[in-house]
Design a protein around this ligand. Structure first.
Ligand SMILES: [Zn+2]
Ligand SMILES: [Zn+2]
Length: 239
């Protein structure tokens, strides 16, 4: 599979990641990626970056080591109204916003509340991607969320790290298979993210790709294949 971008990566600014942005960009360049989104953890995550970190991302060059750097954030969903720990004006400055459930930031609840949180969240025009949606602790009504994702032009992530044996997320493989099945039925594009916390994982999609191939998910729905297609897709929601 031709891969041009990684949309989910962390640097030392996340508090529990171990490479600098320059190192991550070099790794992306060596992997032949055109785009690397830098999406550090937002303030509600223990050790996460301060709000000033995101506001000041403007000082970063657009291109480092021949790789286009997308200035982004992995924001935390902090309640079941689907609110995030980053104010709107900062979200508007980001080129890519991933929104995720993380257990230190929100206690898991039931499927109805989790679904509501995601439906509300997807109305936020700056949220382009729901990060690692397959974690069973935050299970939701897949059909309703996929329909809303399609209407709002929000993408669901296939998180490669969730599929590794080292993951702490629960039942990721089974969850992802169900989500991908419904995405396929509704012709909803998806995006793979490495969720790299070190250079060694930048552009790593081995587990995601083998799952996609195993279940016969349509390759044409995977937006990592062409950087321009991805940028086009996420620009619709922000218009
Ligand atoms: Zn995450
Ligand atoms: Zn992450």
């Amino acid at each position: 599979m031709n891969i041009e971008l990684d949309i989910h990566t962390h640097t030392t600014a996340s508090g529990h990641a171990y490479s600098t942005l320059n190192e991550m960009a070099l790794a992306a360049s060596e992997k032949g990626l055109k785009i690397l989104a830098t999406t550090d953890h937002a303030p509600a995550m223990p050790g996460g970056a301060h709000i000033y970190h995101f506001h000041n991302l403007r000082v970063i060059p657009k291109i480092i080591h021949d790789v286009r750097i997308l200035r982004g954030v992995e924001a935390n969903i902090i309640n079941f109204q689907g609110e995030l720990d980053i104010p709107h004006e900062i979200l508007s400055e980001m080129e890519l916003v991933i929104a995720s459930f993380h257990s230190p930031c929100i206690e898991p609840s039931n499927i109805v509340k989790t679904t509501d949180a995601l439906l509300n969240l997807m109305e936020n025009r700056y949220v382009s991607v729901i990060g690692h949606p397959e974690d069973r602790r935050y299970a939701f009504d897949i059909e309703n969320v996929v329909i809303a994702a399609k209407e709002s032009k929000t993408l669901l992530e296939i998180n490669n790290s969730s599929l590794l044996p080292t993951t702490f997320r629960e039942n990721s493989r089974e969850g992802l298979i169900k989500i991908l099945e419904v995405c396929g039925n509704y012709n909803l594009p998806v995006i793979m993210g490495s969720d790299a916390h070190h250079t060694s994982s930048v552009g790593r999609f081995d587990m995601a790709i083998s799952l996609i191939q195993e279940i016969g998910f349509p390759i044409n729905l995977v937006l990592n294949r062409h950087a321009d297609d991805f940028l086009d897709y996420i620009s619709w929601k922000r218009r």
